[in-house]
Design a protein around this ligand. Structure first.
Ligand code: ADP
Length: 260
């Protein structure tokens, strides 16, 4: 237990250090980007134009990476609203259908009477997006990405699922893929900040730690099950408000994106 505590502490200081560096680097990148954009207003020949746009693209890329590091370290609190996750899932599947390779089939199964959760829409969006992007990356030659959401009331015998599990109503949200699966030897490292197998410039290793942080902040927990060459399922349990009306009609003030 003590070893676990020390490890958590060590990871936390890595996070603090990283966000400090990210912050300073961001302050350095901002004037570079400003200057690059100013330069583009001068009359330039083709080669100068190319060089400057290369500068711009790479500066933007760096800024983007820093933004991810900062949002990871920023604490994952956020605003709380009553949300119908169905709307969030619809939104994510629309984006995925639009932007993921056509070789990936996207299917959803959502309880029509899905209860509401109290949560931060931006953060919950981030959870689903991160899990879907990971699913996409795990299926380079195509496959099926499915998102499922159902009501579940945990009973005392189900508390073994996770130390954070409590008796009561939850939404069980599953993102499943038919991809590469996760080798058992790296399963234990998935949630370490900066752990990635995606190679330089592709993965940041912050997706899953961010997902876990957000889920924890919403009082929930998450489980992973994976089989090499068969696929992976991430299951998020979010505390729900039982008996809340199903929002079958158009989004109202209870829905994603509308704020308080
Ligand atoms: P990143 O996506 O930037 O690598 P994550 O924290 O989201 O960072 O994921 C860490 C690692 O976990 C990934 O590099 C990958 O090896 C593994 N992983 C995550 N999701 C999946 C999945 N659905 N299938 C296979 N491997 C996965």
């Amino acid at each position: 237990l003590e070893a676990q505590f020390l490890r958590a502490q060590r990871l936390e200081s890595i996070g603090t250090l990283a966000s400090g560096i990210a912050h300073d680097l961001n302050n350095i990148l901002t004037p570079i980007l400003g200057a690059v954009q100013l330069l583009q207003m001068f009359p330039l020949n083709a080669q100068q134009m190319r060089l400057i746009s290369m500068l711009e693209i790479n500066t933007l890329r760096g800024a983007d990476l820093l933004k991810q590091v900062l949002s990871f370290a920023k604490g994952l609190d956020g605003d709380r609203t009553l949300l119908q996750l169905k709307h969030l899932i619809d939104e994510i599947t629309a984006i995925a259908r639009e932007t993921f390779p056509k070789s990936i089939e996207i299917s959803t199964a959502i309880d029509p009477q899905l209860w509401l959760v109290s949560g931060d829409p931006t953060h919950l969006h981030q959870i689903l997006m991160n899990l879907c992007v990971n699913a996409r990356d795990a299926m380079p030659t195509g496959g099926i990405l499915s998102i499922e959401a159902q009501n579940i009331t945990l009973t005392p015998s189900q508390l073994i699922l996770d130390p954070e599990a409590k008796v009561g109503p939850y939404i069980k949200l599953t993102v499943r893929d038919t991809g590469t699966g996760i080798p058992p030897e790296i399963l234990g490292r998935l949630f370490e900040p900066f752990f990635t197998t995606k190679g330089l410039g592709k993965g940041t290793g912050l997706g899953l730690p961010t997902v876990r942080g957000i889920v924890k902040n919403h009082g929930g927990f998450l489980l992973v099950s994976s089989q090499v060459e068969k696929g992976t399922a991430f299951t998020v349990y979010l505390p729900a408000i039982q008996g809340t009306p199903a929002l079958t009609s158009e989004p109202t003030e209870l829905c994603f994106g509308s704020g308080e």
